[in-house]
Design a protein around this ligand. Structure first.
Ligand SMILES: Cc1ncc(COP(=O)(O)O)c(C=O)c1O
Length: 382
């Protein structure tokens, strides 16, 4: 007979989480979003506020009628052919389709990073990079980005003999900053494995951001449909890189996800097959975000008295706030002012003193949310 369940049973050593998860918690982003109430204005979200149009819905209906069986691990060849055309890479060997960019990053870290390796990640930067490095047993080193422009200073990268992998995120979450061509080349030339997270690549304001793609045999680029097509829940991403790098990644990916959802693969193939519709959609997406970016910058200037260097891509404004302890500040804003923003500390030490304001929200929500922050700050100053 199995032993009766008791309160003590949860202390059994077999039920203890693995050591690799020690110190790893649900992200602050999720914690803040959990404080939302029906009355909150949510400027904490990392998802586009775009609804599919009728063409996209029709593509999805058709995609649902295709095979529901496993695809090859690296993704359906018909989709890889479309992606290969779009990105100028060999569909047979240089692409692995993943369950979102996040799974792509996980597969890369599992395929290449060993215990004792050093991984260089941006600070402020997307939290996953450091977490994925730790899960793989690596030591995390950061490279600091400095306000107000948050440019990447390549000579300041602390590359050592142990540096295995450098993560570059352009356009950046949470900064909206774009890494220029010269810096991309210089990073590729370090010879380390370079992982460029370009999931925000299609969301830009003045000019398309340069890509890391094709700058060396040591370069991997990850991207996906989440941000450009508001498909966050459909989990469709990709990794692009040379055949030599892709083989171990496909092996890791096989044991993580087997393959990306075949529905999402079919939908993505339909989108890439209709180049005219896709180009029009992306123009509309950028036009909407341009308006929302203007609204956010205007409100931040008037309510928070901060003039930001306009983010060149993505949909975040990283705004300074006159408060120490921005995590407490963001929690107070959520509970007392009913507005959700993400504390900069969620993105690293250099993020302290800032909050990430997502402008993936209606112009009304952006205006009233930032006004609530301003009112709260003025009240706190009294
Ligand atoms: C910089 C960055 N990379 C990757 C991801 C994950 O994207 P996906 O939905 O494709 O997994 C996000 C999501 O917020 C992100 O901000």
């Amino acid at each position: 007979m199995p032993e009766k369940h008791s309160a003590l049973s949860t202390q059994h050593p077999a039920l203890k989480p693995a050591r690799r998860l020690e110190g790893i918690e649900i992200s602050l982003i999720r914690q803040i979003n959990a404080l939302a109430t029906p009355l909150s204005v949510n400027l904490g979200i990392g998802e586009p506020n775009l609804e599919p149009d009728e063409t996209l819905r029709e593509m999805a209906r058709r995609a649902a009628t295709t095979s529901w069986r496993y695809s090859p691990n690296a993704g359906a060849l018909s989709l890889r052919k479309r992606l290969g055309e779009a990105f100028g890479v060999d569909p047979k060997s240089d692409i692995c389709v993943t369950a979102g960019t996040e799974e792509g990053l996980y597969a890369i870290f599992q395929a290449f990073v060993d215990e004792g390796d050093e991984v260089l990640v941006p600070d402020p930067g997307f939290l996953s990079y450091a977490t994925l490095a730790r899960l793989a047993g690596a030591t995390v080193r950061t490279y600091e980005l400095e306000p107000p422009s948050w440019t990447l200073d390549v000579p300041a990268l602390k590359i050592t003999k142990k540096t295995k992998l450098i993560v570059v995120n352009s356009p950046s979450n949470p900064l909206g900053a774009v890494v220029d061509e010269a810096a991309l080349d210089a990073i590729a030339q370090t010879g380390c494995l370079v992982v460029a997270d370009e999931v925000y690549r299609e969301i830009w304001y003045e000019a398309p951001p340069p890509s890391m793609l094709g700058r060396g045999e040591n370069v991997l680029v990850v991207g996906g449909m989440s941000k450009s097509h508001s498909m966050t829940g459909l989990r469709l991403g990709w990794i692009l890189g040379s055949q030599a790098l892709m083989a171990p990644i496909v092996t890791a990916h096989q044991y993580i996800a087997t393959c990306a959802s075949v529905f999402s693969q079919a939908l993505t193939e339909a989108i890439f097959s209709d180049a005219d519709w896709n180009a029009g959609w992306l123009e509309r997406v950028r036009a909407q975000f341009r308006t929302q970016r203007e609204a956010a910058l205007y409100a931040i200037a008037h309510e928070l008295e901060a003039e930001l260097v306009p983010p060149a891509g993505a949909f975040y404004a990283f705004a300074p706030v006159p408060f120490c302890g921005t995590t407490e500040f963001a929690k107070a804003l959520a509970t007392d002012a009913a507005v959700l923003v993400i504390p900069g500390a969620a993105f690293g030490k250099k993020g302290e003193g800032f909050v990430r304001i997502s402008f993936a929200a209606s112009v009304d929500a952006i205006g009233s949310g930032i006004e609530r922050i301003g009112r709260y700050l003025r009240g706190a100053a009294r």
